[in-house]
Ligand binder design. Structure first.
Ligand code: NAP
Length: 297
């Protein structure tokens, strides 16, 4: 079996890495905050003290961190993967970042004869824990084939969508649809609350009809139960919408709905909101409507 390295044990990374161990892959992990490696260590993973050390111990190196500067730091930075890599390895970045950053990082790795795939994911924390993520992969076909067993340990719907950067391009489309679906769910709940309907009954009634979606099943119940803990943090949601709108501007395409959701998230731009769940989009609408969309006690 290929030796796998894993960098970034956050909400998504930790369960994904645990699933790789569960599938039997020899694993070396790194996390910036050391305390978060305990569960992996208990599951039999080796713990490295830098991304470069992870690279030296691995054949395939996975990163899932935060934004573009974070990906650049852990892959091509002074302690990054590139400092410990050797020809024939593969680096897979599974964070959500703009396609142009992926291509820049891939070019730096190619100079060292290291291949790269961009493989962002969808399915949330629940999908990461269950190993049922959707994985959209960009890069060379033979490299994708080589890495399929690794992807299969973490996901179910695994699609090679094109050359390097195409995975992130696909993920941006996913983020447009998810953000607008969340806005739709929030507006439905606001209308229900304003009309004096029981939101729990509303969700029960419409959840099996044409309105059904992952968002309605997973996020709307959290909203009405007042659970704003993060599955997907506001800071990551805002980063993704920024990337979508920058890409749209470069392509000269108008995405008015996405622009609207981004503006609403700007009401949650204060530091205190950055690490709560993105379902807190409802707060922006609650302020406008003067009503709270919560379960009837
Ligand atoms: P998270 O809980 O914030 O975890 C981020 C991880 O990356 C942490 O382990 C963090 O280390 C590490 N990290 C961040 N910046 C770093 C840097 N500069 N150097 C070294 N390590 C760094 O985030 P997440 O929810 O797992 O999301 C990770 C990525 O997946 C993001 O790009 C996000 O947009 C994407 N994503 C998330 C979801 C979701 O539902 N949560 C779904 C699909 C895609 P520390 O522990 O030291 O902070």
């Amino acid at each position: 079996m290929e030796k796998v390295g894993f960098i970034g044990l956050g909400i998504m990374g930790k369960p994904m890495a645990l699933n790789l161990r569960q599938a039997g892959f020899p694993l070396t992990v790194y996390n910036r905050t050391p305390g978060k490696t305990k569960e992996l260590e208990a599951a039999g993973a080796q713990v490295a003290s830098s991304p470069a050390e992870v690279a030296a111990a691995s054949d395939i190196i996975i990163t899932i961190v935060g934004d573009a500067p974070d990906v650049k730091e852990v892959i091509i930075g002074s302690q990054g993967v590139i400092q410990g890599c050797r020809p024939g390895q593969v680096v897979i970045d599974m964070s959500t970042i703009p396609p142009h950053t992926v291509r820049e990082v891939a070019a730096a790795l190619a100079a060292k004869k290291v291949d790269m795939l961009d493989a962002p994911v969808s399915g949330g924390e629940g999908g990461a824990i269950a190993g049922t993520l959707s994985i959209m992969v960009g890069g060379k076909a033979p490299v994708f084939e080589r890495c399929l067993p690794v992807f299969r340990a973490m996901g179910k719907n695994i699609v090679h969508v094109g050359d390097i950067g195409a995975g992130q391009g696909t993920k941006l489309c996913n983020q447009v649809i998810c953000a607008l679906t969340l806005l739709a769910a929030c507006e439905g709940l606001i209308l229900a609350a304003k009309a004096g309907l029981d939101p729990e009954k509303v969700l029960e009634a419409i959840g099996g009809g044409a309105a059904q979606s992952w968002t309605l099943s997973n996020q709307a119940p959290k909203i009405i139960n007042g659970d704003f803990s993060p599955g997907f943090m506001v800071k990551h949601q805002r980063k993704d919408l920024r990337a979508v709108l920058e890409t749209a501007a470069q392509l000269g395409v108008s995405l008015p709905g996405t622009g609207l959701v981004y503006q609403l998230y700007n009401t949650l731009a204060d530091e205190q909101y950055q690490e709560i769940g993105n379902q807190s989009l409802i707060w922006a609408l609650e302020r406008l409507a003067g009503v709270e969309a919560r379960r009837v006690k």
